[in-house]
Design a protein around this ligand. Structure first.
Ligand SMILES: [Zn+2]
Length: 254
């Protein structure tokens, strides 16, 4: 399995990071993608990734919830880091988040637009964080029809999948939210198809059942895979193979 979105470099893992990494490998995770958040997370992310060069890839970008007055400088710095030769596999995580605060809506759209443009220039996929901002996200993507992207932590409906696909042939990152009661994203899975579905945890957030509410970690991805398999009436091993293929294709992992 590949965890296409995990933040194991964050302080929540300071006490037991090596154990958390080992548990992920023991659970069958062969590779992980670390997406950046803001300027403070770049160094810890690079340090942890350097310890596991075979198993970890990084994405570089500036997260929408961090877009404030100084966003131009922050985005510019992240885009500079993209060129540091460390082999980033994507631009991310970037996007639109109007759930907590709409103050910087216009700036979030500009920051997202600039980062998608850079991804297209470099031929890299984009890891999109989209919360309460599908309209704005699609508006930006419409300006970059050749962008490749994954809607990370997707929790929408089959109708949302349809609407998103009218703009581009994107991937969808499914995490522990799919195991929550009353979450209808599972109904969108047949529409997404496993060829466009990638597994993720978004650790330390969004732990799947039976760990809901606790700190999430990459090893828990097995619960998400099992849940998807049960929902589709498939073998967990097949979901593993198919979603691993999708992740390799999206991020061009060897
Ligand atoms: Zn994230």
């Amino acid at each position: 399995m590949i965890d296409t979105h995990t933040h194991l470099y964050l302080p929540q893992f300071d006490a037991d990071r090596a154990d958390v990494m080992q548990r992920a490998f023991d659970a069958g995770v062969t590779h992980m993608v670390f997406p950046n958040v803001d300027l403070t997370t770049i160094e810890p992310m690079q340090q942890l990734a350097a310890q596991y060069p075979e198993q970890v890839s990084m994405a570089m970008g500036f997260h929408p919830t961090e877009v404030k007055e100084d966003w131009r400088d922050c985005v510019a710095q992240c885009m500079d880091v993209l060129g540091d030769g460390r082999g980033y596999v994507a631009v991310g995580e970037v996007g639109i988040d109007l759930y907590w605060d709409k103050t910087f809506e216009a700036e979030q759209m500009q920051a997202f637009d600039m980062q998608v443009a850079r991804a297209v220039e470099l031929g890299l996929p984009v890891i999109i964080h989209c919360r309460e901002g599908l309209e704005q996200t699609l508006e930006v993507l419409e300006g970059h029809r050749d962008a490749q992207a994954v809607f990370h932590s997707f929790s929408g409906t089959a109708a949302d999948v349809d609407r998103i696909r009218r703009v581009g042939d994107y991937y969808f990152g499914i995490n522990g939210v799919v195991t929550f009661k009353n979450c209808h994203v599972r109904d969108a899975i047949p529409e997404i198809t496993l060829d466009r579905l990638v597994l993720e945890t978004d650790a330390p957030y969004l732990a799947p059942v039976p760990y809901r509410g606790k700190r999430n970690e990459t090893s828990y991805i097995a619960h998400t895979a099992a849940h998807i398999a049960a929902h589709l009436g498939m073998d967990s091993a097949e979901v593993d193979v198919r979603t691993t293929d999708s992740a390799r294709r999206l991020f061009r992992l060897g």
